[in-house]
Each structure stands twice: as C-alpha cells, then as structure tokens.
Design a protein around this ligand. Structure first.
Ligand code: 4AD
Ligand code: MG
Length: 430
C-alpha cells in the first residue's frame, strides 16, 4: 500500500511503500539506519541484515544522500523518535541515484547555502520554516474569512507610489512608465468602499538598498482595509489577527517548532490586547536609556526598535508618529497637527516592525493638499482622490510583512530563510 510519511500513523503494523529521498544514512555490518524524507515529513527506516534479502541490505548500505527511492516496510510505533514512528524496512528500490549532492551534513557557509537554495530547501530546518510559513498563510485566510473580510487582489503593475518614490522598481508599460507594486493599499481603499472589509495577499517590491536581516527586495504582504473603522478599531483587528496566527502555529506546528528549537513559551504568551506606547513616550524612553542619537522627529532604527521591544514580552504598538516621517495618506491627530493616527507593530525578541498601519485621510481637500505637498499631484492619483468625492467615510487598514512575521514566529534570525527564493540586494539566483 502506497502512503506518505505524515499518514503512517494510520498504518501501524502494516506493510507500506513510500516514495522518498535519503536525507542521511548510518550503517554498520549488521544494521543500516535510513533517514527518509518525502516532503510530508521525516521518518527513520531500519534495515536489519539478518531480516532482509542480501540485495536489500546492500542497496540500503550503498545508497547515497538524496537518492530517490521507493521504500517498503512495516510501520512501528517508536517512543524514542520525536515523530513517534519508524519503518522496519523490507525493500529498497532506487528510482534515481544522486551523485555528489553538494549539501552534506557538515556545516556550510551561508553564501554557499544561498547559492544552493533550490536544494537547501530540502533540509529539515528549511522544511520546518516553510511549513510554518504555510501555516501562517492558512491561518490568515481562516482569520479574515471568519471575520467577514473578502479577499481582493490589487494590481502588481501600477502607476502610483503609495510609500514614497525612492524605492520604486520602474518598468515600461508599453510606452508608459510603470512600477511594480510597493503596496496595494490605495487600491484596497477603493475595494473597501465597494466591499466593506477586504484584505489582499500578494507580492511587494521595494528597490531598497538595505542589506539587513529584515529587508527583502521582494516580499509578501497582507493588507486589510476596513470602511468605517477608525484608528482604535484598526489596532484591535491587528492584535487579534497576530494573536490568531501565532496560536495557530503553536497548535499546528509542534514538530516544526521543536526542530527549530523555538522557545514555545514565548509564543504561547502572545494574546491580545497588545501594549501601546506613543511615539513621544518612545523617544523619551530611548533618551532616558542613553540613546542620544535620536530626537523627536527622527525615525527609529533597528537598535531603537529592539530597545523598545525588550521592555515587553508581547508585540508593542508605537502610535502617533510625526507627520513628517510618514506617507501622505495618513489622517492627522484631531487635536495635534504634528502627529498622525498611525501605529507600527514591533515584534518581540528583536525582530522589528512587522506591521505598518493607519487611519486614512477621508477629506478631499486635505488629501489634495497632502498630495501637492508630496509632489504627487498627477493623473496617477486622480482616481484615488475621487474616492473622497462620493460618499467618503473614515477608514483604516494596515500591512503585515509575511517574512518578518515568519522569521519571528519560527525564531529564524534572517528574513532570507523565511521565503523560498529570497531576492536580496545582491541576489537574483537561484
Ligand atoms: O510599513 P510599510 O511600508 O507599510 C505599507 O506599505 C502600507 N501601505 C501598508 C498598509 O497600510 N496597507 O510595510 C508594511 C510591512 C512592514 O511593517 C514590514 O513588516 C513589511 O511590510 N516590509 C518588509 N518586509 C521585508 N522586506 C522589506 N524591504 C519590507 N518593507 C516592509
Ligand atoms: Mg513601515
């Protein structure tokens, strides 16, 4: 009977056949241990010389790393293995022999592993991170579907620059200038006026010359947008959503978190509501802590975000940033014109900003003025302004960066391991 590793628990005591690859192997004169992987999971196959035909034992002894095989064996419960099962092998049929697989069980440098990303994905740790990424994606759809949101897909080829013009990927759209999307937000605002509560989930492009552990050139963003939601309502959606995805991973990815040695007690604590600190207080806090390189009006760098995050064991909202360091579309504070109704959500443990969000300007004249101030007054924004001409309402939304969130939850230091094929400042291969 053909099955997969994840399904073997249904076949205890039975003989099954699994299509698999040899992840690793150990053998002596009398016994061979095959570490098998099939994409669904990892299991150990035990081949005892005295119990199988000689040709099977020889095949098991000589099989090379990453050779593909059909393995036949009896499923046994095994309390010593974290997976709980092993295979008493009765047959090994080689499908294709792998010769000189470049990634061996010894330690390799990161650049080497990145050059071999197409193969590195097969390793246990990378497999676990991809499974956690998959669970975050699955839980995202569940959360928004269960809370009355519709998924809307904004375009990838656009004529506008919601987050500023300095990091755009320019391309030609026949004779016109176009850019790869750096945020679907403006289109999601239009969609919210049609469908009420919407979310997008798509690729985002930033030609940022940043080479940090938090920056990708191409990353995936989830962007919810809600009509009639004001600043406070927006934060509640964010803390509930983030708690939900973290708890979904804790519940459904126990094995993967174990493989990654993740401290799960830190994740179990992540429950809404989240603490909040105003930008004003955050600056005071940093100055008191001895950071004399930052003053009111400056944007935070990674060390500042980490210092603030260290005071909490939860993600923390930093609210009400200065107008001057935020995009044109943010609604001003009702009593102060120097700050806007926005918040960034900073993850614990030094993973930095995972969400940027705000209430949006809904007044036509104010939005027009802001576009002018940012030198964005052009035909490309005509439709966006028009949203404020026909039944404009208060509305809010946010964007969560998938890779930073996956890096945090899986405890992976660098975002490059949180995406299958990272696009980095100096990397377009593989
Ligand atoms: O703060 P950002 O730039 O916000 C926006 O784009 C808004 N238009 C979203 C909205 O309100 N609909 O980006 C949102 C999030 C960040 O908090 C971060 O998690 C992630 O996207 N992000 C990046 N992730 C990886 N690499 C980069 N270069 C990133 N830039 C932003
Ligand atoms: Mg931001």
């Amino acid at each position: 009977m053909k099955t997969t590793i994840i399904e073997v628990h249904k076949h205890v005591g039975e003989e099954v056949t699994i299509g698999a690859w040899i992840a690793n192997k150990r053998s002596s004169g009398k016994i061979a241990f095959l570490q098998l992987r099939d994409g669904s999971g990892f299991i150990q196959g035990v081949v005892v010389k005295a119990e199988v035909e000689e040709s099977v034992f020889q095949a098991a002894k000589s099989v090379t790393q990453e050779t593909s095989v059909y393995v036949t064996g009896i499923v046994r419960e095994d309390e010593r293995s974290p997976f709980g099962y092993e295979l008493g092998v009765t047959g090994v049929e080689v499908i294709h022999e792998a010769v000189d697989y470049p990634i061996t069980p010894k330690n390799h440098g990161t650049e080497f592993l990145m050059d071999n990303r197409h193969l590195w994905l097969r390793s246990k740790k990378q497999h676990a991170i991809m499974k956690i990424r998959n669970e975050v994606i699955r839980a995202t759809y569940e959360f928004f579907n269960d809370n009355g949101f519709s998924k809307v897909d904004p375009p990838i080829l656009t004529g506008s620059a919601p987050e500023g013009t300095s990091e755009l990927f320019a391309t030609k759209y026949f004779d016109e200038d176009a850019y790869l999307s750096q945020s679907g937000q403006l289109y999601m605002e239009a969609a919210a006026m049609a469908l009420g509560k919407v979310f997008s989930f798509g690729p985002t492009f930033r030609a940022e010359k940043s080479k940090t552990r938090r920056h990708l050139i191409e990353f995936w963003m989830i962007e919810p947008e809600m009509a009639f939601y004001e600043f406070e309502d927006n934060l509640v959606v964010q803390e509930q959503y983030v708690s939900f995805i973290v708890q979904s991973v804790v519940k459904n990815c126990k094995l993967e978190l174990g493989i990654l040695d993740r401290d799960v007690s830190k994740l179990e604590k992540i429950q809404s509501p989240f603490p909040r600190i105003s930008y004003d207080d955050a600056i005071k806090f940093l100055n008191e802590k001895g950071f004399d390189d930052i003053q009111w009006g400056d944007d935070f760098g990674a060390p500042h975000e980490t210092a603030i995050a260290e005071s909490y064991d939860m993600p923390v909202f930093i609210t009400h940033y200065p107008t001057g360091i935020k995009p044109f579309y943010m609604q001003p504070h009702p009593e102060r014109d120097d700050v806007v109704l926005c918040a960034d959500l900073i993850a614990p443990e030094g993973y930095g900003e995972i969400i940027g969000g705000s209430e949006r300007i809904h007044d036509y004249d104010l939005l027009k003025q802001r576009l002018e101030e940012h030198n964005l007054e052009s035909d490309a924004y005509k439709w966006y302004l028009e949203l404020r001409q026909y039944g404009s309402v208060p509305h809010s939304g946010f964007g969560l960066g998938l890779e930073r969130t996956v890096a945090w939850i899986s405890g992976t230091e660098h975002v490059r391991e949180a995406i299958p094929f990272p696009r980095l400042l100096n990397r377009l291969y593989p």
